[in-house]
Design a protein. Structure first.
Lengths: 267, 320
């Protein structure tokens, strides 16, 4: 597997235990491409066709770019964070449900490394899906990347943040229903009202303010800034990046504390 | 240094006290058995050592490492075959072993060699590309042992490793475990097959309702049992001949003489001599020895009686 071998070669300085868990986590989804890559591929082809091409004709330009181009960063964020979240929560919950996570939790990998392995591998899945969605978008419309460093930074931070949330969800869940609930009732609404499909400036003032309380707005904005540049975003990227980074670090620290306490993992 | 050392180890699940202060010491290189009826707390004890259960009190150390403060070192020493199957279902079994070894810091190429070796040792190398849940029940047990040994642990913990396997496989597994112990691995084994403990263990602890009732060698335990000698005489008798007054007990059952003794060899000669002298003709002799199983059942039952009287408040005895 070229992906993980490349990872292994570039990471010799990392502890073997951590690397192995990371490899296991990545192989789990890479080896099942029909589960991992096909669903977002199909969903996003549909999004781009229906919203971008068919509706986009009617909508016209939004903040100086075609609707389909405006949409693209939002769909990348949507795919990236939901996949990071789902991967981490599923991997941990499924392992708990079937108890095979015990092979990991009873091994001499430190709690910090365990958490980082789950978070980084899940974040990586989010990034891969994000790239896939951008590529799908590029089939429909020419895409530029105005600020690549911002794009990379935002993608890294938001996928880490949501992988971190996914770890909490995976530890907290008592049933498979919990995973569905978290995704459908928390994640989706935040994303849909987070400016993926519309610009905040089209909202009445009150709703613009309410929307600014939604953290998703800043993520979508940041990634949109990375792709399309300054004219297309409602709020600037710098403070958002700082806040999101702090949030990601805090969530990962919470993950580590939960592992240390054995929350959801020990009796 | 002790391989396992626990001091007043306690575990509560809500109101249930699963371990009520267990102090045990398992020496390095020892083959140690943990016996006890269902629900005695054996699995709880083991799971505290590996970090699947959090202790409510007391101390537990593995090769001197505290199981909570020095969890990495403690877990590094342990190879566990748990009672319940808990195997990664996304990967073929060989890869599961490679991963497990990797978690313990074994580099990938070495891990692969170890995985193949472990699968060969337990005799399921042919199945290496199969997923765990497609193995037969016996193969699953074999695999659990393979996974426990793939990290070359100093302490092998086997929680009912031969539950539900056929006689042949049980003997195979015994041979493997025994060999590992002879090569220096400390083994902690729980089992409900007394024969298993008798054959394998240097010492056993009997756990009942979260308390250690007894720690001793299987031989010592067997010594607690009695030999029973039944002597059929040509004519039925009413009561034991009066001349039989050695260090043994006699009675008559169905016209046959029954002698209970701690030392069948010495007693038998004496009894036969006395019978001969009294003019009885011996037709048949039958000898039986209390099994470890009976001793075990007896111990845990009497312990249960003691705790019951204690909880009702009319027994102030110390339970001895
Ligand atoms: N997670 C749990 N929550 C509540 N009670 C538990 C839990 N795990 C075990 N117990 C209780 O603790 C006691 C000890 O259980 P344990 O599994 O340690 O027994 P055991 O000696 O291994 O029994 P067996 O021989 O049946 O495997 C039992 O009464 C059991 O019901
Ligand atoms: Mg048990």
């Amino acid at each position: 597997m070229s992906l993980t071998d490349g990872f292994g070669a570039g990471a010799r300085f990392l502890p073997i235990g951590f690397r192995t868990l990371m490899r296991r986590e990545i192989l789990r989804y890479v080896r099942r491409p029909r589960n991992t890559f096909l669903p977002p591929l199909i969903t996003n082809v549909l999004y781009f066709s229906v919203f971008g091409v068919i509706l986009g004709e009617r909508v016209g330009e939004i903040q100086g770019v075609s609707y389909i181009l405006f949409l693209l960063p939002g769909l990348v964020v949507l795919g990236a964070i939901s996949n990071s979240f789902e991967n981490a929560s599923f991997s941990i919950f499924h392992g708990r449900w079937n108890e095979y996570i015990q092979a990991t939790t009873t091994s001499p990998i430190s709690y910090t490394q365990m958490v980082l392995a789950y978070v980084v591998s899940s974040a990586l899945r989010g990034v891969l899906i994000g790239v896939l969605i951008a590529l799908v978008g590029a089939v429909f419309t020419p895409v530029t990347v105005e600020h690549p460093l911002y794009l990379i930074a935002f993608m890294a931070v938001i996928t880490t943040l949501f992988a971190g949330f996914g770890v909490i969800g995976g530890l907290w869940a008592r049933d498979f229903d919990y995973l569905t609930v978290m995704n459908q009732f928390i994640l989706r609404p935040l994303v849909f009202f987070g400016g993926v499909f519309y610009s905040l400036e089209i909202l009445p003032p009150l709703w613009t303010y309410v929307s600014l309380l939604n953290p998703m707005v800043y993520m979508v904005n940041g990634v949109r800034y990375g792709f399309l540049g300054a004219e297309t975003v409602d709020v600037g990227p710098n403070s958002a990046l700082v806040v999101l980074t702090v949030a990601a670090v805090v969530v990962v620290l919470i993950d580590i504390a939960l592992f240390r306490r054995g929350y959801g993992l020990t009796e | 240094m002790a391989a396992i050392e626990t001091d007043d180890l306690r575990k509560r699940y809500g109101d249930l006290r699963a371990l009520k202060g267990v102090s045990l010491e398992v020496d390095e290189g020892e083959f140690f058995g943990l016996l006890g009826p269902n629900g005695a707390g054996k699995t709880t004890f083991i799971n505290i050592l590996v970090g699947l259960v959090r202790k409510s009190g007391g101390e537990a150390r593995v090769f001197g490492y505290d199981v909570e403060d020095d969890y990495e070192e403690a877990r590094d020493a342990i190879g566990l075959a748990p009672q319940e199957f808990n195997v990664d279902r996304f990967f073929p079994i060989e890869e599961v072993l490679v991963h497990k070894a990797g978690y313990h810091g074994v580099p990938k190429d070495v891990a692969k060699e170890r995985a193949e070796e472990a699968l060969r040792t337990v005799g399921i190398y042919d199945k290496r590309d199969t997923r765990f849940h497609w193995l037969s029940g016996g193969m699953k047990r074999r695999f659990m042992l393979a996974r426990a040994m793939v990290t070359e642990p100093d302490l092998l913990i086997l929680d009912e490793p031969t539950a539900g396997v056929d006689v042949q496989l049980r003997h195979d597994l015994w041979d493997i475990i025994k060999r590992m112990n002879e090569e220096g691995t400390t083994v902690l084994l729980t089992t409900h097959y007394i024969e298993e403990a008798e054959r394998l263990c240097d010492r056993v602890a009997i756990l009942d309702e979260g308390e250690v009732v007894e720690v001793s060698t299987p031989d010592e335990l067997m010594g607690r049992g009695k030999d029973t000698v039944r002597v059929k005489l040509s004519k039925d008798i009413e009561e034991p001949p009066a001349t039989l007054d050695g260090d043994y007990e006699t009675r008559v059952e169905d016209g046959e003489l029954v002698v209970e003794t701690r030392n069948a060899g010495g007693t038998l000669a004496e009894v036969l001599r006395e019978l001969d002298r009294a003019g009885h003709e011996v037709v048949d002799i039958e000898m039986s020895r209390t099994s470890l199983e009976e001793i075990f059942v007896d111990m845990t039952r009497s312990h249960e009686d003691v705790t019951r009287t204690q909880t009702t408040g009319d027994g102030q005895g110390d339970g001895a």
